[in-house]
Design a protein around this ligand. Sequence first.
Ligand code: NAP
Length: 540
Amino acid sequence: MAKKVAVIGSGASGLAAMKCCLDEGLQPVCFEKGTDIGGLWNFREDALPGFASVYRSTVINTSKEMSSYSDFPIPKEYPNFMHHSWVIKYFRLYADNFGLIKHIRFRHHVDHVKPREDFSQTGQWDVTYTNEKKGNTSTEIFDAVMVCTGHHVYPNYPRDSFPGIDHFQGKTLHSHDYKDQRGFENKRVVVIGIGNSGGDIAVELSRHAKQVYLSTRRGAWIHDRVSDHGLPFDIAKSSRFQRTTFGWLPLSLRLKLIHDRLNQRFDHALYGLQPEHHFFSQNPTVNDDMPNRIMTGSLIVKPNIKRFTETGVVFEDDTVEDGVDAVVFATGYRFDFPFIDESVMKVKNNQVDLYKYVFPPNLDPPTLSIIGLVQPLGSVMPISEMQSRWATRVFKGVDRLPSQDAMCDDIRQKAAAMSRRYYSSPRHTIQVEYTPYMDELAGQIGVKPDFKRLFLSDPRLAMEVYFGPCTPYQYRLVGPGAWEGAGQAIRTQWDRITFPTKTRPVKVPAGARAKSGGMPPGILKLLVLLVLVVAILFTF
Ligand code: NAP
């Protein structure tokens, strides 16, 4: 009989987890406490405690080709940067295509996940849940558990760090509870925090409020979605070729190039945003409109708040704004898994020990995985899918984890690397970079693209894999779960990228070529090709 896997949550990660269970011949049973799929991306008019949900205007900040599940490209008609309504539409297509809905129990809340007494022999779990439709609670045995609850459920709401807040007469709320500009028209608003929520909300409100102040204790480098030649930045800048060549440069030079480029768009010092840390030390804030809003004066950047008065705020530079009507705390989230038995794992101050951010290292056998907890520089969808591919194979016993000591070593090394790179903040405990992390997990399963083989069998495709954007389909070319459509998905990726904007016929002058972002000129490609040929000849 197929092993039964409890999948907790049916958002971006839970959908991928179910699909991967089915691929590996496991039986998923998904517990979803809401009434629909999509998790965070399932927009709700009202913010409910315990549920993550986007605001009305949220647009994803990774492009569609980089956000696809690896064997199900997002259709060409979809915009490159999707509003949440397109993201949810894609999830529905995915769920329908792979027959996922019938595996979901909606309005089922998981209360407790606990290893059974004979866990060391069976690896089994008692999952206790409440059926909220019927109001009854049951316990069921599962062979494995995939926790797919994300990290946007519990607001980090540090009111206590702000003296005087209890006497402030205006409105205060967390970005978790923000939906749109309604209620803020003509008001004077302070937004605290310059992550992606703070940036989005401050910009949106600046179009409707009387005045918006964006308060940041550190500043930030602001990155836009649209890059060279109007291409999505993660398409223009994500090729393996670019990563390798850029990686050869000394860090100081890389940083100079990036900072110069960002300052060319607008001078971060002139706009009061320049941080003391460098670009790589902070989770990037992606915002297309912020400099425009600052330029119009409707958005004013301020330092951290020193204290609240009854009617306003005093900033750390001792400037005062009186007559403040509302303060939005866009101060991020803390993650937690209150339903997982304490003997399995503990979260403290957003720190948790997980092997490659997936497996608690002390579990033997390893039959519980955390999917999609990471905060990637890149899209989480393909990453959750890759984690699920790995986890389901570990549950089956076809892939094995190293010893507990080796896993703990890996965890320590990753934590040390993270604290060298990022400034210390609870928002920087689960950071991963898309390509290195995908490659690392792909290496565990045996699905990393094999360039030598690919080059010998299909040199054109090999060139696109190396010089083109590092799209998720690359991880379906070989190995377990290889998809026969992967090559074609890679060959046609530029058609899907360019389709949504080529909405009016334009006469291109003879000889002119469509730009393809990060693709180097032909001569350089030839040179790299030559190096590859020599490398292959020497290896065989
Ligand atoms: P976040 O990235 O954690 O940013 C929180 C901000 O609040 C930071 O600027 C942080 O400053 C500041 N902060 C925290 N505690 C503070 C305190 N006590 N006093 C003053 N400032 C404080 O949170 P987020 O912006 O809500 O984003 C959460 C996740 O959702 C991220 O992964 C983000 O990329 C994602 N997101 C995506 C979109 C989109 O796709 N369009 C939109 C919104 C959010 P420090 O840096 O100094 O700690």
